[in-house]
Write a protein that binds this ligand. Sequence first.
Ligand code: FMN
Ligand code: SF4
Ligand code: SF4
Length: 250
Amino acid sequence: MIVYFSGTGNSRWCADLLANRLQDEVLDSFGYIQNGIAADLISGKPWVFVCPTYAWKIPHIFEQFIRSGSFMGEQEAYFVLTCGSDVGGAGAFLDELCKSVGLRYMGILEVVLPENYVAMFPIPNEKKSARMFEKARPILEEAAAHIEARRPLPGKAPTSFDRLKSNAVNKVFYKHFITAKPFTVSNKCIGCGKCAKECVLNNVTMQNGKPVWGANCTHCMACICGCPTEAIEYGLMSRGKRRYQAPRYK
Ligand SMILES: Cc1cc2nc3c(=O)[nH]c(=O)nc-3n(C[C@H](O)[C@H](O)[C@H](O)COP(=O)(O)O)c2cc1C
Ligand code: SF4
Ligand code: SF4
């Protein structure tokens, strides 16, 4: 079973490609996380967990989803991490994570796709983004062949700098950089409520027809990138930047 989390669609695109290639089921963890439901799942094929990279690790909310869940049937677990540049030493933590839920770690695949972090970095234009998806296809196809044959994924060993990024820097990043405080909404807002509905942590509520952000944010970028009128800004950091949404897999 392919189980994914995705803020702006890159990881969903990979999950759908793998499901198609492996003729396997695909499951979105969104509803489980948003409603605080522990996963209780069974699969007759290897588990494939697909998600974005947040500060050189899997997102804490997806890690928590896996830790609190029950994944029965097959034990092999593969990880596919989409990223804007690199996953650092993310793989080093996944072995322990697998053991804690009774799975067998089979490796990690790094898939470079368009950066979605509009609150922090530049977003590639549409042409460059399209090229990145084309480049990702054969990488995912090759990984699918390994998964089908139940072979470990041939990943590269993390350097000590990679480990530093995924460990100490990840902690600092979550503590000091992940905050919803800079989110603002302009008068372009039409009060549609999409941002509230699409927040995996229910951190956006509609008050007097406008969104208000709470303190429980994971910086998935779904609210700011999904707004149909581009009414949401993240302080000055998002000004003038393209809002990112991945295409649907075809
Ligand atoms: C909070 C946050 C942290 C990120 N950290 C990293 C990172 O450490 N390394 C990296 O290469 N990309 C990083 N990115 C970029 C995303 O991992 C990348 O764009 C991903 O494909 C988005 O996936 P999604 O569309 O499925 O949400 C980060 C993005 C966000 C929003
Ligand atoms: S998605 Fe955009 S337009 Fe809709 S309520 Fe949120 S901010 Fe307003
Ligand atoms: S408030 Fe926005 S960025 Fe934060 S978790 Fe919710 S949807 Fe994601």
